[in-house]
Design a protein around this ligand. Structure first.
Ligand code: HEM
Length: 294
């Protein structure tokens, strides 16, 4: 599919005010810190990290390196209705006050006049929900029991609240309403933006060969080249594996125009100097007359 003038690439109010805030459920209560040799440097409670630059400059505990190495080796929380205390009860806490990010999200949805959770289900063509019992078929029953105590009917449920209670789609981290909302926004960003870098419509900032070269760079290479870390798993958004047989399926970026492939990856840690496993950016396509060089 090509760029289309008919698609509006802007971020929708629904996305900013409810759906993409799902990330608040991923946030951990403690940030792990690991030295470059993977020695525990003591975690940081998130509520102690807000507005606290000292943590990044704490040389004895490995400053930024240990925070990044910790994040590379820490799982996110699940997308659900549970939140770390640091964002739920202790957001930006000081001696006199604290905020509740989840309450802010719900109130922000009301400020913006967002439709109800069920309106979004209808908009995305998902199954009809008429009662709390219907909701139990698609959401976690214990969440629905709580909803019954605060909403007088299912129509009142806010999108931020309803989407996080949904059962996850098979193999996915999110439920069906959020999956649709994410899919729609990222589709619009990609196909409605004339300057999106993978857009096949020419002229573009990059040639196809350049885009292909960029697509072969892993984020682990960016990290290796910028902090003095020694070893890293090649696919940094996945946890490391310990045995070569313990392979994980991931989707990889295909050459232009092809559909995404699932491949089994070996995600054991490798040295940052292993340029086979973590390649450098191939700058050949940027040389003058690269097309002549072949
Ligand atoms: C420590 C982690 C985080 C903190 C402390 C935090 C805090 C906040 C705060 C205070 C707001 C404004 C709330 C309001 O008054 O309406 C906000 C908005 C938002 N957050 Fe987070 N957030 C965090 C992580 C995330 C993550 C991981 C995501 C998504 C993956 C995310 C997505 C958003 C979005 C989309 C908005 C609305 C932005 C806008 O409308 O301009 N946040 N966040």
């Amino acid at each position: 599919m090509l760029f289309s003038l008919q698609i509006d690439p802007s971020i929708s109010t629904d996305f900013a005010t409810a759906f993409f805030r799902f990330g608040h459920s991923l946030v951990p209560q403690n940030l792990k810190r690991l030295s470059r040799k993977f020695k525990d440097q003591g975690g940081v409670q998130l509520s102690n990290a807000f507005f606290n630059g000292k943590i990044l400059r704490d040389i004895e505990r490995g400053s930024v390196l240990s925070i990044i190495n910790g994040a590379l080796n820490q799982r996110l929380q699940a997308v659900d209705s549970h939140f770390s205390k640091s964002v739920h009860l202790e957001l930006f806490q000081n001696s006199t006050f604290a905020l509740d990010l989840i309450a802010l999200n719900i109130q922000r949805g009301r400020d913006h006049g967002l439709p109800s959770y069920l309106d979004y289900r209808k908009f995305f063509g998902l199954s009809d929900v008429k009662s709390f019992e219907d909701l139990k078929a698609i959401s976690r029953p214990e969440d629905v029991e709580v909803f019954k105590t605060v909403y007088s009917s299912v129509e009142e449920i806010e999108p931020f609240v309803g989407m996080l209670a949904e059962n996850h789609l098979p193999g996915a981290l999110v439920g069906e309403t959020l999956a649709n909302a994410l899919g729609l926004q990222f589709h619009n960003l990609r196909y409605g933006d004339r300057f999106y870098f993978e857009n096949a419509e020419k002229p573009q900032a990059f040639t196809n060969a350049q885009i292909d070269a960029i697509g072969h760079v892993l984020f682990s290479r960016v990290i290796c080249n910028n902090i003095q870390i020694l070893r890293i798993q090649p696919w940094v958004f996945r946890m490391k594996t310990d045995a070569s047989l313990d392979r994980r399926l991931i989707s990889i970026r295909p050459p232009l125009g092809l559909t995404w492939n699932s491949v089994a990856i070996d995600n054991r840690r490798v040295s940052c100097d292993d340029f086979d496993k973590i390649p450098m950016l191939d700058l050949t396509p940027w040389t003058e007359n690269a097309d002549i060089l072949g």
